[in-house]
Design a binder for this molecule. Sequence first.
Ligand code: C5P
Length: 213
Amino acid sequence: MRFLITAGPTREPLDPVRFISNRSTGKMGFALAQAAAEAGHEVVLVAGPVALETPPGVRRVDIETALEMLAAVERELPAAEVYISCAAVADWRPEVCSPTKLKKHEMAGTLRLVRNPDILKTLRPLKGTRTFIGFAAETGEPDAEATRKLREKGLDMIVANDVTAPGAGFAHDTNRVTLLFPDGHREALPLMTKHEVAQRVIACAQTLATQTE
Ligand code: C5P
């Protein structure tokens, strides 16, 4: 099966040295790519700026901004059967990016931002029989928000986690997630390594993709 996986943060530049980003390290997305490759799948990994090695057998496409991620996913999606969107895409970008470093006196006290496109929603018309899986990182009880996102983005499964729970979320090697499905079925997994979580997610993706073939 052919998997397309996104991972890591995006970086939204203000000028050549400054940017807006988030705390994503890419660990969960890279673990997914590794687990998919280990299970014998073909994997394309679209990665934001992270300090991680490409897992063996994975084709990696590096991007920086949300718009670059959208373009890369648009290009790679037609050849994929499963799309797992694990990236922490920045919701906003600076309205203008200066080609030269802004001097202190050139910077206003407020920053004008514009919304980035939602990549999953933008590509929903291309879904067809493909399996789409999203992630929802929340602070606090994640189920309600994750269910809303599952419906709104037309996903086959969403992986929800409370990023503030002990051992879960950004930069950790472990994660505690709940898998949520459109029919209301949910599966709460115990604290596991990100590699173990990835193996479970890839196994579910495989089952979902086989059902829609
Ligand atoms: O940021 P949010 O909580 O809405 O993310 C939920 C899902 O949507 C994640 O799978 C994320 O990768 C995806 N997403 C996206 N494009 C965005 C923001 C999020 O595809 N601009």
